[in-house]
Design a binder for this molecule. Structure first.
Ligand code: SF4
Ligand code: SF4
Length: 658
């Protein structure tokens, strides 16, 4: 078939130039962000990129993900086919037919089959969007069914149909071989049935394919499908740390704290915003969104993108943006109620297929509100003062910290003599219910012959709540003092019963140079069971046990098995599971400093979780966190359920050892 190269070449040049210009404009927007080092460990980054982007690791965790997997790989393979198609249009005489016959025929066979796969996937995607949208996307989610989304699907379908018609016409005219099974089948239909000259079918199909391809290319950087261009680099530049560890701030004169305008985000935050596929998986798991709060992690990312786009022109000129990043509800702005609703449970970050870090962006905006505006929910004022003055949330005298241990005698930590520093934590030291867990753990350690000691009145809060709430200044002070104390006292191993202390000491304090072994009590007890150091004369009869995962133990630190192993050893059988468990677990509502705040909007997260527990008809609801303990007990009380007990795994183990 003769191609009109003189017409195609200028069209191609204009299309490529406008595509490059659009990409350059987007890149300029990303470059507005502040500096952040995401260039370390290229090997690890590449491995993750292959697994998450090319392997579609998270996309495949849902059944429908297979459709996207096929579409993605069809797209990748057809890049070669389309590259060859464009070269044919540019250079007279260029053809894959110049390749050795087996390679040429093999490639054409693959392109033919893959095009059919792409067409079927597009039809499935279209039917799903229009007729069977997933329930979790809800009413406020329209982009998946927007004209833009349907136009993209229509463009891909047109490309595939034009491809088949072009090949079929060529086969029917004897200009191409019949090693393309799908096109050959279309050729059989074409032969004599349309009445349109085959030469015209081929020419029209070629031009439709060429024009739609160039339009599609130009539509990408200007639509929500920009993720096709940005998702792969976004996976490469992902956080290699657990994203619950927010970046440190430098408290120097003249510095700004937190983020109040889009240009204060890092370039990676801005790349995140351009990479959202709007799949809605984050909103599906978010406990705040699920209980009617104004927070939706997908919207947070989307609003950052809209803000960047709307303010982009002014920012590029060095002016201030017009649309506020934090402000009243509206596209492009994040409402303060949404920012304060986050429990930092990490569900959104753990489920996002393109590894967007939603929650750290929320904390960055909280930092601005707390540190620059002193604007935060009223009830936090007491908390911040208590933390600053007495280093615990209740403002209790530090001298009371070690009182729980009175019945066990003096147990000071002494480097070289005591194996573990038992970091008791504020709840374990002061909360009357959590103190039972503290004593249970101390008893277990004693019986297993593990030597431990405490810091007593010298222990300070780890600072988890203040950091997640955005009070980085107070956290910074606490972290520095704690790390200095651990170093001075020669601490090399820490055990704690609180997942918030555990995660903060283990992950956040690395930013302050603390690289020591930190264990959650579930890990240490499970290890002691495995080593046969715990004698279990009887099994603790707790009736039917259901286990609730703490976000800061499980999702943030991948510790799912240890608490279950402890319960299995203590009770003789594996605990029952919530419908949403492990990586898909549902927060108790207390993380991210929410423990210290009223829950005034929507329904209560702890009630939602307790109702889910009750569907299992348990006798005992087991937890591994003092916050979860409070939330579950409160929830049961509010539901008027008295027959279900809440116990920490250490209490169950201590009973089995009694
Ligand atoms: S961290 Fe949890 S509460 Fe916060 S936005 Fe993500 S899913 Fe929602
Ligand atoms: S942030 Fe991630 S999980 Fe949420 S909608 Fe966007 S791509 Fe999906």
């Amino acid at each position: 078939m003769a191609i009109n190269h003189s017409l195609f070449i200028p069209l191609f040049v204009v299309a490529v130039a406008t595509f490059c210009f659009s990409c350059y404009q987007r890149l300029q927007l990303v470059a507005i962000g502040s500096a952040e080092d995401r260039f370390d460990n290229p090997g690890e980054r590449l491995a993750g990129m292959f697994s998450y982007a090319f392997g579609q690791k998270r996309v495949l965790t849902r059944p429908y993900g297979f459709n996207h997997f096929f579409l993605f790989w069809a797209f990748m393979l057809l890049l070669i086919a389309n590259g060859a198609f464009l070269l044919e249009g540019l250079f007279p005489g260029f053809s894959l037919a110049a390749l050795p016959a087996p390679i040429h025929h093999g490639l054409e066979f693959i392109f033919d089959i893959v095009s059919l796969v792409a067409l079927v996937s597009v039809v499935i995607a279209f039917v799903r969007r229009v007729l069977f949208p997933p329930a979790y996307l809800g009413n406020d989610y329209t982009s998946a069914r927007s004209g833009e989304a349907l136009l993209i699907l229509a463009m891909i379908a047109t490309l595939m149909i034009a491809f088949f018609l072009l090949n079929a016409a060529q086969i029917a005219m004897g200009q191409a071989g019949s090693w393309k099974p799908v096109s050959s089948a279309v050729a059989a239909l074409l032969n004599g049935s349309t009445g349109i000259p085959l030469e015209n079918v081929a020419a029209v199909s070629w031009w439709v394919h060429a024009v739609v391809l160039l339009l599609f290319m130009n539509f990408l950087p200007r639509s929500k499908h920009m993720h096709i261009l940005t998702a792969i680099p976004n996976c490469y530049f992902r956080s290699l740390e657990k994203p619950n560890v927010q970046p440190r701030e430098e408290f120097k004169k003249g510095n700004r704290f937190g983020v109040s305008a889009v240009e204060q985000f890092s370039w990676k935050d801005l790349l995140d915003s351009l990479s959202c596929t709007e799949c809605g998986r984050c909103q599906d798991l978010c406990p705040a969104h699920n209980t009617g709060k104004p927070l939706n992690p997908r919207r947070i990312v989307h609003d950052i993108k809209v803000n960047l786009m709307d303010n982009g022109a002014a920012l590029k000129k060095g002016d201030r943006g017009i649309v506020p990043l934090i402000g009243p509800r509206g596209e492009g702005s994040n409402h303060e109620d949404a920012l304060w609703s986050c429990t930092t449970c990490g569900a959104c970050t753990s489920v996002c297929p393109v590894l967007i870090e939603q929650m750290p962006k929320i904390v960055k905006m909280r930092r601005h509100l707390v540190q620059e505006k002193a604007r935060f929910p009223e009830e936090l004022l007491n908390l911040f003062e208590n933390m600053e003055q007495r280093s615990n949330p209740w403002g209790i005298a530090p001298s009371d910290r070690g009182k729980w241990a009175a019945q066990l005698g003096e147990r000071p930590f002494k480097a070289g003599e005591t194996d573990y520093l038992f970091f008791v934590g504020c709840a374990g030291s002061f909360d009357s219910r959590a103190k039972h867990v503290t004593v249970a753990l101390a008893t277990i350690l004693d019986k297993a012959g593990v030597s431990w000691g405490i810091l007593g009145r010298e222990e300070q809060c780890c600072g988890d709540s203040v950091r997640r709430l955005g009070n980085e200044f107070v956290f910074d002070k606490m972290a520095k003092e704690n790390v200095a104390l651990f170093k001075e006292r020669g601490v090399t191993r820490i055990v704690t019963q609180c997942p918030h202390c555990f995660s903060t000491l283990k992950n956040d304090y690395r930013q302050y140079g603390l690289e020591i072994e930190v264990l959650h009590h579930s890990q240490l007890i499970a290890k002691l069971v495995e080593q046969g150091k715990l004698k279990l004369p009887k099994q603790a009869d707790q009736g039917k046990v259901v286990f609730h995962d703490s976000c800061y133990l499980g999702r943030h630190n991948d510790t799912f098995e240890a608490p279950r192993a402890v319960l299995k050893a203590a009770t003789g059988k594996a605990p029952a599971e919530f419908e949403r468990n492990q990586e898909n677990g549902f927060c108790c509502g207390a993380g991210g400093g929410r423990m210290w705040m009223e829950e005034q909007i929507g329904s209560r997260i702890n009630l939602e979780r307790v109702k889910e527990a009750l569907r299992q008809q348990p006798d005992t609801l087991c937890v591994s966190c003092p916050y979860c303990m409070t939330m579950m007990e409160d929830g049961l009380k509010d539901e008027g359920v008295e027959q279900v007990r809440v116990k920490d795994i250490a209490e169950v183990m201590a009973e089995a050892m009694a």
